[in-house]
Write a protein that binds this ligand. Sequence first.
Ligand code: FAD
Length: 387
Amino acid sequence: MSVVHPKPQWLSDDLEQLADTTRRFAERECLPNDARWREQRRGDREVWNKAGAAGLLCASIPEQYGGGGGHFGHEVVITQTLASLMAGGFSNSVHSGIVAHYILRYGTEAQKQRWLPKMATGEIVTAIAMTEPGAGTDLQAIRTSARKDGADYVINGAKTFITNGFHANLVCIVCRTGEEAGGKGISLVMAEVDGLAGFRRGRLLDKIGQHTSDTCELFFEDMRVPQANLLGTEEGRGFKQLMEQLPRERLIIAVGGVATLQRAIDETVAYVLQRKVMGQTLMSMQNTRFKLAECQTLATIARSFVDDCIGRALRDELDLTTAAMAKWWVSDAVCKVIDECLQLFGGYGYMMEYPIARLYADHRVGRIYGGSNEVMKELIARTMERP
Ligand SMILES: Cc1cc2nc3c(=O)[nH]c(=O)nc-3n(C[C@H](O)[C@H](O)[C@H](O)COP(=O)(O)OP(=O)(O)OC[C@H]3O[C@@H](n4cnc5c(N)ncnc54)[C@H](O)[C@@H]3O)c2cc1C
């Protein structure tokens, strides 16, 4: 019998139904296309509309804006289910978990009415563009500028590593609207980029993993966007807005990580039970048993901590430090566990046709994006310096 996890308090019947809907969607629409999508380095555009029709987009956005009327738990369940099935093709956590919530929290009523309903149907795909060639970890160093001219901003700059960059119709651009140094002059400006003069997408970037997710460079050259597209009513609030939303974004990475840990272990247990070496199954060897016991212990600790963080997030009590702990510790554990599991597959673990190899390549980035793990530790340490 495999490990039985107690049902977390926040997991309602309604959420279990959503997990089931997500699973059926992934089995029908994502997994049969997975090999082709990996080959073309992106999902098909239509999968967004299909996900919208299935109720998987903007599940935690109020119904009055076309969303599912749910809460953070709905995003958690969708993320968990897609991660455990290794189903990609649409980076929903960026679209529904991040960008939709920037608009909901800081957007004007007109902005919410204009964008959220179309995001919920998949008619609009969104991306968030923070990172620049010269500014990744150090967001305060961003140089993309938005200069006022008449009723518009004129935006110049370049962004890189942008998830959903290929399909995005609406991009939340982190840019400088003022001369002030550091975070003070930073604002979030929404750009409707379809056919927009001065907007250019770069090539699909050649990543080592996550091949069903489209990751692009974006270029802005005298690109005009109405000033009405500033998110919020006041310039210079962007850095604060980013900081306020980060705990939730980091927790989403940890949530996906917990599901991935269990998938890696389950794949490996199934393999070592049938693989025979020197006349006995790999599972009967002490090294295998000890390694898998260690992996399952890590996965169980991760689940327990992340469940607690989800509870805190649902009560609006998740702080930046705890979210940073969840993000770095779980993404580190994912890499360690997948590496140990892959070793048990021998040479087969190095072959992309085995899910464990894809997990290895797909999840290395968890320690880098969403704020690198070194930065997470820096954030935690800062709170320890205070008297
Ligand atoms: C697949 C993928 C998808 C992504 N999606 C998006 C997206 O949708 N939108 C977006 O805006 N960005 C996205 N990113 C970018 C990602 O957030 C950045 O790569 C990340 O923030 C790190 O920035 P950097 O790559 O410039 O590394 P750098 O900032 O150059 O960091 C290099 C190394 O230095 C370390 N370091 C930096 N500062 C410190 C410090 N103070 N102390 C100790 N060590 C330090 C870092 O931890 C890291 O190990 C994505 C990246 C990838 C790979």
